[in-house]
Design a protein around this ligand. Structure first.
Ligand code: ATP
Ligand code: MN
Length: 308
């Protein structure tokens, strides 16, 4: 397959990767080639962890961080220090790399919340909203209700949140930042914001990590706001039946009756995108600092009577 300047040999195109719909590895590769233009702005300059399923979603899957020696030399990687040495981690610069890793069985690229040039200072803040129970469609109304309340709070604090389906069970909110605050500062802020939301709506939202204790409340997870943590890339395919895609939404789309976390996938994403632009296209222009929002949050929390 010719992608840009690269010639990529795609193997086993007919191998079924998503058994229920009979979707193949070839269809996964074709999706990433076509989605590259949408996806690249959201992954460029970020370290990537590949969620690989060499035999499709019914086979074993693993997160793969280091770029193996057999990857071609044109694949971009960056040195990352670890406690016990270092590794070379993938950076996706072009459509060819997306196609190449899809051929390697990478169904989902996950990315850091910071960029390679300032790894301690995230340019994204993320809130992960997980539904209660196992029936993610039945509980979706609770998840979107929570997303709206969180949006209101973040806007009250002067920030500009964006929303997407996770392509799996819930929603993610991303907030663009100016990179003046490091991960510890950002995480502290998200914990405070999440605590305030829980204080406002204790019967509907929780930060309780243990599933059994959540009851029918939506779980608001902020712990991904940390160094070397990853989150699913916008427009990435998930390892779920039907090949759903993590799909950025405009806020008014959240009200649509038929919406659910797997509403869009490789079978209907391009029909959607033929009618609209990427709702997250201008995200970086809305980057803000946290100094003032943090002061405002502190005051709101004092008013609400919650500690810290
Ligand atoms: P869902 O809607 O089902 O919750 P999700 O993508 O939000 O989908 P979570 O289980 O909530 O999935 O996890 C959030 C994120 O954490 C994932 O998108 C992924 O990037 C990251 N993650 C989870 N487990 C791992 C892991 N073992 N290694 C690396 N990253 C992981
Ligand atoms: Mn989640």
């Amino acid at each position: 397959m010719k992608v840009g300047r690269r010639l990529i040999e795609v193997s086993n195109r007919d191998k079924v990767f998503f058994p229920k719909g009979g979707l193949t590895k070839g269809e996964l590769v074709d999706y990433y080639r076509r989605a590259a233009e949408l996806l690249l702005p959201h992954v460029r300059d970020r370290l990537v962890s590949m969620h690989r399923f060499p035999d499709g979603i019914d086979g074993p899957g693993f997160y793969h961080k280091d770029v193996p020696d057999h990857f071609p030399e044109w694949i971009h990687s960056e040195r990352v220090e670890k406690e016990d040495g270092h590794l070379r981690q993938l950076v996706i610069d072009d459509a060819a790399t997306l196609v190449y890793i899809a051929d390697q069985g990478c169904i989902t690229p996950h990315v850091w919340l910071s960029r390679v040039d300032r790894r301690d200072h995230p340019d994204r803040m993320i809130f992960d909203l997980d539904p209660p129970g196992d029936d993610f469609e039945a509980s979706f109304d609770a998840v979107r209700w929570t997303a709206r309340r969180l949006r209101e709070l973040l806007e009250e604090l002067g920030l500009v949140p964006f929303v997407m389906t996770s392509g799996s069970k819930g929603l993610h909110l991303h907030v663009p930042l100016d990179r003046k605050t490091d991960f510890d500062g950002v995480r502290g802020f998200t914990m405070g914001a999440a605590d305030l939301l829980v204080a406002r709506h204790p019967e509907r939202v929780t930060r309780e990590h243990r599933k059994a204790k959540r009851g029918d409340r939506v779980y608001l997870d902020v712990m991904r706001n940390a160094y070397a943590q990853t989150t699913v890339a916008p427009y990435a395919v998930r390892a779920r039946e039907g090949a759903p895609v993590a799909t950025p939404l405009a806020w008014d789309e959240l009200d649509r009756p038929g919406l659910h976390p797997r509403r869009y996938g490789i079978g209907n994403l391009f029909r959607r995108m033929s009618q609209k632009e990427d709702p997250w296209k201008d995200m970086d222009r809305h980057a803000r600092g946290l100094d003032e929002p943090a002061r405002d949050l502190k005051r709101l929390r004092e008013d609400a009577g919650s500690p810290g």
